[in-house]
Ligand binder design. Sequence first.
Ligand SMILES: *[C@@H]1O[C@H](CO)[C@@H](O)[C@H](O)[C@H]1NC(C)=O
Ligand SMILES: *[C@@H]1O[C@H](CO)[C@@H](O)[C@H](O)[C@H]1NC(C)=O
Ligand SMILES: *[C@@H]1O[C@H](CO)[C@@H](O)[C@H](O)[C@H]1NC(C)=O
Ligand SMILES: *[C@@H]1O[C@H](CO)[C@@H](O)[C@H](O)[C@H]1NC(C)=O
Ligand SMILES: *[C@@H]1O[C@H](CO)[C@@H](O)[C@H](O)[C@H]1NC(C)=O
Ligand SMILES: *[C@@H]1O[C@H](CO)[C@@H](O)[C@H](O)[C@H]1NC(C)=O
Ligand SMILES: *[C@@H]1O[C@H](CO)[C@@H](O)[C@H](O)[C@H]1NC(C)=O
Ligand SMILES: *[C@@H]1O[C@H](CO)[C@@H](O)[C@H](O)[C@H]1NC(C)=O
Ligand SMILES: *[C@@H]1O[C@H](CO)[C@@H](O)[C@H](O)[C@H]1NC(C)=O
Length: 549
Amino acid sequence: MNTIFLFTLIFHILLFITLTLPSSTASSGSWQILHNSIGIPAMHMQLLHTDHVVMFDRTDFGLSNLSLPNGMCRHFKNGNVSRTDCTAHAIEYDVASNKVRGLFLQSEVWCSSASVMADGMLVQTGGFNEGERKVRTYIPCSNSSCEWKEIDGGLNVKRWYSTNHALPDGRQIIIGGQGQFNYEFFPKSSNDKDTYSLPFLVETYDKFVQNNLYPFVFLNLDGNLFIFANNRAILFNYKNNTVVRIYPTIPDGGNPRCYPSTGSAVMLPLKNLESKNIEAEVLICGGAPIGSWQQTREGQFWEALRTCARIKITDPNAMWKMEDMPRGRVMNDMVMLPNGNVLIINGAALGTAGWEQAVNPVLNPFLYKPENENGSRFEVLNPTTIPRMYHSSTVLLRDGRVIVGGSNPHQYYEYKTSFYPTELSLEAFSPPYLDPMFAPLRPKILEPSSQANLTYGKYFRMSFQVNGTLVTDSVYVTMLAPPFNTHSFSMNQRLLVLTTTEVNTTGNSTYEFNVRTPISSVLAPLGFYIIFVVHQEIPSEGIWIRISD
Ligand SMILES: *[C@@H]1O[C@H](CO)[C@@H](O)[C@H](O)[C@H]1NC(C)=O
Ligand SMILES: *[C@@H]1O[C@H](CO)[C@@H](O)[C@H](O)[C@H]1NC(C)=O
Ligand SMILES: *[C@@H]1O[C@H](CO)[C@@H](O)[C@H](O)[C@H]1NC(C)=O
Ligand SMILES: *[C@@H]1O[C@H](CO)[C@@H](O)[C@H](O)[C@H]1NC(C)=O
Ligand SMILES: *[C@@H]1O[C@H](CO)[C@@H](O)[C@H](O)[C@H]1NC(C)=O
Ligand SMILES: *[C@@H]1O[C@H](CO)[C@@H](O)[C@H](O)[C@H]1NC(C)=O
Ligand SMILES: *[C@@H]1O[C@H](CO)[C@@H](O)[C@H](O)[C@H]1NC(C)=O
Ligand SMILES: *[C@@H]1O[C@H](CO)[C@@H](O)[C@H](O)[C@H]1NC(C)=O
Ligand SMILES: *[C@@H]1O[C@H](CO)[C@@H](O)[C@H](O)[C@H]1NC(C)=O
């Protein structure tokens, strides 16, 4: 036997082993109830680098189903009636112990927004009534001692239904909101105390329905912001308040995608980070057709939009490309999975966002594979049994599960109604990649250690273990910014596919390579990220890293 023949034989044996391993399409995911009641319907969610998820609802719905710790109570006036509320409207969920701790909110956070700062502190902005101009900070802790702190007048104007995004300089921008056609920053530097006007939000304002609330905002690779409201987008230079580019309207007759005709959007994985011609794409799915919202007021529920629109936002001549989901969907969340696929989850088939304005929950998540050919990108996954309608939320955990909470399409807590009762449960969806049959393919990160501190544009050594046969050219590393999720949009959600060197075998099913961090805070704003090693689309459990200058 000559050597070439031997190598060919070995190659074919390896190939055979690879091909006979189950493919990730063989499994359709599974659901698990984590809690029947976490005490609140989770309207807003953020995963923090302590592996705690902060969730909050609103403070003037009435009493929640969870008492505040240590006999704490909030005393407030409702009109001229004094009230006392000793229940929690925010919680800290500890992933490892599956336990919930009530947090004390002093003012109304309903339909607000937030973003995590470079140091890991959660900054929540705005809300309603006495909470509408407040900023609330939450510094993550591991000893159950942390609480919200309120900054009075932290915002220049009231913000309700705004969108926040982390900026390359470590601050955040807060855009729009009900009646606000402008933006501001947090924290403010001495030379930007102001609120800056954004006429695009006037242009995209629908006088009956609005449709430009919770705009979809992404940081483009040239440092400008891609801002989508209603049915179209601009590229916006927030530094000197200029519109850099006007993108075309989605070619479907102008159907709205933003609140309350709520669809959702993601920036697709950023890859080829070393290339001069690096590209960024945005995918928008679902929403409600023109006129749908008014119909719901008459008790008529129209079919939600079935289309997704995808655009290369880095391309000056960009055009939207349309494709169809397996079915129409409104109030759908879009979650970037560690392997670069998109999970479309929650929401309904008929109606719009708003109180009691949707029916026919879509219980099946859809998987969208952006790298596949048009026509073979979607898969329908296993359904939950719990409708997740208006005011539900979802985030990805470091272990690859996706947690889902909330749903309360009513003005108050209504547990007894037959029309989508207030939902206090917390559920986890395990995407197909978590199926135990993929255990032999699943990498385990050995190095770097959790909470590693990294800087921009540097190689770091990464080692991992895979017990089954490693297919070296299907190993990649992703880096995820955990988003703030509310009203079906995940602010700051961003996944990068990092540059890696060749994989070396170090023995005993262990491997190593060098991985390059993104070169700038425009690609990846400062702060905490989760890094995953992915092998044949099966991700490892992630590790937290912090990237700084
Ligand atoms: C409220 O919480 C209790 C447990 O503390 C639970 O038994 C009850 O079912 C919850 N109520 C609802 C409506 O989920
Ligand atoms: C409470 O306020 C209403 C007006 O909002 C007023 O009519 C009423 O007299 C007030 N009640 C008391 C007890 O002050
Ligand atoms: C909890 O940890 C924080 C640091 O994260 C520390 O400042 C604080 O004193 C600790 N509190 C208690 C009660 O141990
Ligand atoms: C805004 O800044 C960009 C990039 O620095 C520049 O090209 C543009 O001319 C500026 N526009 C105005 C109106 O200052
Ligand atoms: C995808 O295919 C559908 C028909 O199957 C077509 O209408 C649509 O334009 C295609 N979209 C893209 C992005 O090529
Ligand atoms: C490989 O197998 C060993 C022994 O069963 C186990 O301890 C280890 O966690 C496995 N590694 C991975 C990456 O699954
Ligand atoms: C990263 O730096 C922080 C302090 O800035 C420190 O607490 C942490 O332990 C460091 N992480 C590692 C893995 O050394
Ligand atoms: C290989 O890994 C196994 C299980 O992870 C361990 O028991 C064994 O000591 C390792 N062998 C070497 C040579 O590192
Ligand atoms: C992998 O092996 C090559 C060739 O021996 C070496 O140059 C490279 O540094 C190794 N990579 C790592 C991460 O050690």
